[in-house]
Design a protein around this ligand. Structure first.
Ligand code: NAD
Length: 272
């Protein structure tokens, strides 16, 4: 929904990181959104225009989220730091009435519950999005549909070699969605002899996840389903960080219309 007269005020945390810089760039071009603060613990004092490009909102990188929110009255906080930091930042934002859009992966379960509670206490919504790529969200949705009919499933997620965490937030969410989509109880096949630890991946919701880290990759996932005499592979590739930006814009524009904490962009894309 566009409101050109009073653009939505957005703070970006992790603004000097790979995703954060892309977000500042993507949001800077919008009429209905204004980036009002850029927060990071590195490059503090430098200008976003020098770091990212002349055509972006020109702001100093600052360190303290609470001060930035108090000063700017940001209504939405987009966070691409890491799961632990983003969980704490969301509580800082909610305490000030700003709606968090969390892109960082791996927010701990206890923090998710704390965010859920803060959302209902403050009456301010939030969203945690494991994958902002529209095709990535569809891939997860299709995997949940397939899970009802295909008895075995394994996930191979592949990312660039600088990724800090494993398995990816997308693969964890996909495994949860497969578990939720299954028709009945399921137990992953047991391997009796394991020659090297980790050979069968990490088990999440009885779905083994295998993490590949390679130079040259961005973010890729294959969901492999096996049935009697047949295989189904659901595949998604983010070839550029730009692939996440349509989803970021959608979440930024819609988060304040949600009720409480939502997990996954599907909560916006597929709502009635
Ligand atoms: P990055 O390391 O390039 O950027 C992270 C930034 O956060 C850095 O600039 C770092 O200085 C900053 N930071 C860390 N701790 C901080 C703190 N306490 N205060 C302020 N700033 C802090 O990483 P990246 O590749 O941009 O990825 C960031 C996160 O986004 C990761 O968790 C990654 O898995 C996730 N990610 C999510 C999606 C998605 O679609 N949801 C897509 C890509 C990446």
């Amino acid at each position: 929904m566009k409101n050109v007269e009073s653009p939505l005020r957005v703070a970006v945390v992790g603004a000097a990181g790979r995703m954060g810089m892309e977000v500042v760039r993507a949001l800077s071009g919008l009429e209905d959104v204004q980036v009002v603060a850029a927060i990071d613990r590195v490059e503090v004092g430098k200008r976003t225009a020098d770091l990212i490009g002349r055509d972006v909102a020109d702001l100093p990188i600052e360190e303290a989220l609470d001060k930035a929110l108090d000063r700017t009255g940001a209504q939405v906080v987009v966070d691409f730091t890491n799961g632990t930091v983003a969980g704490d930042n969301a509580l800082v934002a909610l305490a000030r009435g700003a709606a968090p859009v969390i892109g960082a992966s791996g927010v701990p379960a206890d923090k998710i519950e704390a965010i859920r509670k803060a959302c209902s206490e403050k009456g301010v919504p939030a969203i945690i999005v494991p994958n902002f790529a529209i095709g990535g969200v569809l891939m997860m949705h299709f995997a949940q549909l397939a899970a009802r009919w295909m008895p075995s499933a394994e996930i191979v997620e592949m990312h660039h070699d600088q990724k800090l965490d494993a398995p990816s937030g997308t693969s964890l969410r996909t495994a949860e969605m497969i578990a939720a989509g299954r028709a009945g109880e399921f137990k992953a096949p047991e391997t009796k002899i394991v020659h090297a630890e980790g050979a069968r991946g990490a088990l999440v919701g009885e779905v083994p996840i295998h993490s590949v880290r390679l130079k040259g990759l961005v973010a890729h996932q294959r969901v492999l389903f096996g049935g009697v005499g047949e295989l189904l592979t659901i595949s998604h590739d983010s070839l550029d960080r730009k692939s996440f930006m349509e989803g970021v814009k959608l979440a930024v524009r819609e988060v304040r219309t949600l009720d409480g904490l939502a997990i996954g962009l599907d909560q916006i894309m597929f709502r009635a």
